[in-house]
Write a protein that binds this ligand. Structure first.
Ligand code: GN1
Ligand code: MG
Length: 344
């Protein structure tokens, strides 16, 4: 194997010999490479994080069902391929689990650009509509968007304090508890929302604009039963303040939240009345949830999210808590902006 390929990459992963590989740094969960084979074809090759996804076979079955449904609906999607000598959806090699799909040439949508954010929100609306009825998907990450459960887990991590980090976290924990108290009704209502299939990781950066002018939604591992408001919420969270790990004083623009909710729902179709009621809070709920998850991972010793240094999850938690507070600060304006687009 040429020396520029990672040493643990399975040599017989693809049908043609591998030629070169470039590490893709985007994403906190899997390790991804852009690989070229000797025939000049390009592939997205991933080593699956089995810490996060402990059933790679269920992940592969879900992926096949989801991409088949998207394709049947005429929505451009990922093209996973069989790997290894047996052409199976995943290949176990050494202590890794590997998979591949065709490399998608496309520009990643930038949440700092208004038009890109609109395109991404519309792409997620179209995608969710295409997959909303897919049957038999395994909930590979149970309770993924269950903010109350996540808050309880944070409290448990504080009391266990396995890594001696609880003291540092206390101020953030109490700010997050204040948010829980201030939004207790909305948080309880969240768990009663209609369950259909959602993407569950709907960031603008998970949308690529292909050369044919069609947007492609990627990162499909979390497509499973859930609420579509999680997608609206994640779009809002990741767009209104795209830098995730730095506290900034950027003012949240309620009009931008309205734009995102509008773009999503116009291509998704209508929301139920319960969804409509909570749509304006979705960004706040997902932001709070991410803050809680980062802080919990910090307390649990950084086992889930990839980190650059031991305080990285703490900085992410600080930044997301500050963003949640900023969203609360303009929540009346956000509610007005969202009401306007939903009654249009
Ligand atoms: C993870 O790796 P990435 O960026 O696709 C996480 C999301 C979080 C996000 C925070 C499966 O997504 O839920 O919002 O980090 N994905 C999973 O940056 O947990
Ligand atoms: Mg993801």
């Amino acid at each position: 194997m040429p020396s520029h390929l990672p040493t643990d990459l399975p040599p017989d992963l693809l049908t043609d010999p591998l030629d070169s590989a470039e590490r893709v740094t985007h994403g906190h969960i899997h390790q991804t490479w852009r690989v070229t084979d000797s025939a000049g074809c390009e592939w997205a090759v991933q080593r699956i994080s089995t810490t996060v996804f402990d059933d790679p076979d269920a992940l592969a079955t879900n992926l096949r069902r989801v991409t088949d449904a998207a394709q049947a609906a005429g929505v451009p999607t990922l093209a996973p391929v069989g790997v290894g000598p047996d052409q199976l959806p995943v290949l176990r090699y050494g202590d890794g689990v590997w998979r591949a799909s065709r490399w998608i040439e496309g520009r990643r949508m930038q949440p700092s650009d208004l038009e890109d954010s609109r395109v991404a929100a519309a792409a997620f609306g179209e995608f969710d509509a295409a997959v909303s009825e897919v049957d038999g998907l395994v909930e590979v990450l149970p309770h993924f968007h269950d903010p109350l459960m996540r808050l309880d887990r944070l409290v448990a991590a504080v009391s266990t304090d396995q890594h001696g980090r609880a003291r540092q976290a206390m101020e953030l924990v109490s700010r997050l508890e204040q948010i829980r108290a201030a939004r207790s009704e909305e948080l309880s209502a969240w768990n009663r929302l209609p369950v259909r299939v959602a993407h569950n990781d709907a960031k603008a950066t998970n949308v690529l604009m292909g050369p044919d002018g069609r947007a492609v939604v990627i990162d499909l591992d979390t497509v499973m039963p859930g609420t579509v408001l999680a997608d609206i919420g994640e779009l809002v969270r990741s767009t209104v303040r795209p830098v995730e790990d730095q506290v900034t004083d950027t003012v949240v623009d309620p009009g931008l939240v309205g734009e995102i909710v509008g773009a999503f729902t116009r291509s998704f179709g209508s929301l139920t009345s319960d969804e409509t009621v909570l749509a304006a809070d979705a960004g706040l709920i997902l932001t709070t949830e991410n803050a809680v998850r980062f802080l919990t991972d910090h307390l649990e010793g950084d086992t889930y999210f990839a980190v650059d240094d031991p305080d990285h999850n703490f900085r992410r938690a600080e930044a997301q808590t500050a963003l949640a507070e900023s969203l609360i600060g303009v929540s009346t304006d956000i509610a007005d902006a969202v009401a306007r687009v939903l009654t249009d």
